[in-house]
Design a binder for this molecule. Structure first.
Ligand code: ADP
Ligand code: MG
Length: 676
């Protein structure tokens, strides 16, 4: 039962089944002072009116406890005979439990009850354990847990608990020993001890993950990689003759970093961070040309068909005059065409390919893949990234590009093994996007505004939410919205296109292409357009039901406009009634366009688990630690991990043995071993 419900199979598991809060049982509350807000309380008083009510299976035992300020009813529905035998009218008791309000009378069902006399030991803080409804019904309550752990600590003594942290780490960071940490986590005698215990166990959790990352990083640095020894014709010709603009200083710097990495003979694992619109694509393309110059193949992988197509078209166009071919491989490329591409990749005649997950299927073999660019990384599972490794003798150099900036704490935990490049400069001439919040009531003026923009020759996006749980309703409102938009733009000179995930791929592609080419003035869409789509002429992004979007999603969508020289606008449309959290998100959007600030706020509001699809990866699963709240501890563990690995890279010293064992165990459980 404990095993199926909570995964507790051994005493050790029980030791790590931490309480999530404590009852303060050092206080005795006067019965007369309880009110609607009292949750749990402890009373001392005299028991009277003991008796059974109801009959048969529904009977219950009731009693009243009174002190000098008031009275409260106690109720038992189970174990009645046993309770009856152990309590007596007229005696004094100390009673603890959850206060319920029944028809205006306060009561406690199944209270903890103990005779009150000179020997009564008033407990201090009492642990409250996570449990499940199923267990409670079976009579395994919080008290059962507390009894089990109490018994456990009668057996488990100081020397039974192996200290995993080296003594110098304990003293450098002022941490308590492991035995006391566990003891105080379950039974903190003071608040200070509880804090010490928590800090210590959080430190341990985070240190282990930082050591795992640190070791991966070390592995990368010894991992053999292809050598890109020269900058050749492809790169140089493109740079001097076909680059449509001047590179920004930041783009140049990142290219230099990539160039340095790939020349060393070690495998590159680089994370390219840059806000939406900062111009990551061109950096990717030029890195791919560098790979070609050195006789290697290169691929760029995107999370959706639309994005992969866009990279394909965009790069094809840029390389057109140079006579370089790139092909597209996605799930919808089938039959003869697919066969042809596969054989060209295998024999090396095709050097550049753009695609989706289809690129990492087993059937796809490269002759000599030298560079893999992964765009909009967070949609890719960690495991998928790892599969690129198996494509040839040496792993390819890997350039991971993120769609939104990653807060430092997340970067440290999720990508701590990667080198980081940042494009912190937008291409020149960009104007800040004006963002406003509008309510349904003002729709007419909003549409009027969009029409004016369109009349100036601009294009507009209108985006509807789509979430799986309410998919059907969402599609209905998308369709209804589409009909509405057609009415607002009823004049013959306007063209409206629509894209959504239920359309057949070719239809979606056609509609998207109409917008990209400027044939459609307005694009009505779901979030399939979210990442990467690039139409510089678009100047308005209208987000419908904005209250339902997350921060980074809105930031992504907003990044679709403001890509040209024109002033651009983002309009966040909501109903008239909007929840507090949504208002907070919308206000953040209105107040800043800085992707790093938005990412930080998002992380704070949502927690790391929901972000970046990391929930299933195990990378961010900590029992106690929270990388947002415990950012300070995280920094310390990073520092400690670096120091540890500097002196003992493989953790082979005897004092590091327990740590090493722990890491070996945890490393197996997560997908860590294979990241990127
Ligand atoms: P993201 O970083 O979001 O992927 P893109 O690579 O799609 O951004 O670039 C956004 C837009 O900026 C594109 O239209 C691109 O052509 C343009 N761009 C990129 N770099 C520069 C530059 N140095 N100067 C002018 N425009 C640029
Ligand atoms: Mg992009």
């Amino acid at each position: 039962m404990l095993r199926t419900e909570l995964g507790i199979a051994t005493f050790e598991d029980l030791l790590y089944h931490y309480p999530y809060r404590y009852f303060d049982r050092s206080q005795i509350t006067k019965i007369g002072t309880i009110n609607g807000n009292t949750e749990y309380a402890q009373f001392a008083g005299t028991l009277i009116n003991l008796g059974t009510e109801g009959d048969g299976r529904r009977s219950r035992l009731v009693a009243t406890l009174f002190d000098e300020t008031g009275r409260i009813e106690l109720v038992w529905f189970a174990n009645i005979n046993w309770v009856k035998k152990n309590i007596r009218e007229g005696e004094k008791y100390i009673v603890f439990g959850k206060i319920a309000n029944f028809n205006g009378y306060y009561n406690i069902s199944h209270p903890e009850i103990e005779p009150l006399n000179s020997e009564t030991n008033i407990p201090g803080r009492q642990p409250v354990y996570p449990t499940t409804e199923k267990l409670r019904v079976k009579g395994i309550t919080n008290r059962s847990f507390a009894k089990l752990t109490t018994a456990l600590f009668e057996k488990v003594k100081l020397h039974d608990i192996v200290e995993v942290l080296p003594a110098n780490v304990l003293s450098a960071y002022g941490l308590c020993g492991r035995y006391y940490a566990l003891l105080w986590l379950h039974f903190p005698d003071t608040e200070l001890h509880e804090q010490m215990a928590r800090r210590r166990m959080k430190f341990e959790e985070l240190l282990i993950s930082q050591l795992l990352i640190g070791r991966l990083r070390l592995q990368h640095t010894v991992q053999q990689g292809w050598v890109f020894s020269k900058v050749g014709d492809n790169f140089n010709t493109f740079y001097s003759d076909h680059l449509p603009f001047q590179l920004t200083g930041a783009q140049k710097r990142v290219l230099r970093e990539i160039r340095q990495d790939t020349a060393t003979g070690k495998q590159m694992n680089r994370l390219l961070q840059g806000d939406v619109g900062s111009g990551k694509t061109i950096v990717a393309l030029m890195s791919m040309l560098l790979a070609m110059d050195n006789g290697f193949q290169a691929c760029i992988m995107a999370p959706t068909e639309i994005l992969a197509q866009q990279h394909f078209f965009g790069i094809s166009k840029l390389l057109e005059e140079m006579g370089i071919t790139i092909k597209l491989l996605t799930g919808s490329v089938k039959g003869k065409e697919r066969k042809q591409i596969l054989s060209e990749l295998a024999d090396g005649t095709l050097q550049l390919v753009a695609g989706t997950h289809a690129l990492i299927e087993d059937s796809v073999q490269f002759k000599n893949l030298g560079l893999a660019v992964i765009d909009e990384q967070h949609r890719f599972g960690v495991g998928q990234r790892a599969r690129l490794w198996t494509k040839n003798a040496h792993p390819p150099h890997v350039l991971v590009m993120t769609a939104t900036p990653i807060p430092r704490t997340l970067a440290m935990t999720m990508y701590g093994d990667l080198e980081v490049s940042v494009i912190d400069e937008l291409p020149p001439g960009r104007q800040e996007i004006k963002t406003v919040h509008r309510r349904d009531a003002t729709r007419a003026s909003v549409m009027e505004f969009i029409r004016k923009e369109v009349d100036k020759g601009r294009q507009a996006y209108i985006v509807y939410p789509l979430i799986e749980e309410s998919e059907k309703l969402d599609y209905e409102s998308l369709m209804a919205g589409y009909e509405q938009v057609k009415i607002w733009f009823i004049d013959d000179k306007y063209r409206i296109a629509m894209v959504h995930g239920k359309q057949p791929a070719d239809e979606r592609q056609r509609n998207m292409a109409r917008f990209v080419k400027g044939e459609a003035n307005v694009l009505v869409a779901t979030t399939v357009i979210e990442v990467g789509v690039n139409v510089p002429n678009a100047s308005v992004m209208l987000i419908e039901s904005a209250e339902r979007f997350g921060l980074s999603q809105m930031h992504q969508l907003r990044g679709r406009v403001g890509r040209g020289a024109e002033q651009s606008y983002c309009i966040l449309m909501t109903g008239n009634k909007v929840g507090e959290e949504s208002v907070k998100r919308i206000n953040i959007m209105v107040s800043t366009t800085d992707g790093f600030k938005i990412a930080e706020a998002d992380l704070e509001m949502r927690g790391p688990g929901d972000m970046y699809g990391t929930k299933q990866s195990g990378v961010l699963k900590f029992k106690l630690a929270d990388i947002v709240q415990d950012a300070g501890i995280l920094e310390q563990t990073r520092e400690a991990a670096i120091t540890l690995l500097n002196t003992d890279p493989k953790l082979t010293l005897p004092q590091h043995q327990p740590l090493r064992n722990m890491i070996a165990r945890q490393g197996k459980d997560s997908h860590w071993g294979k990241i990127s």
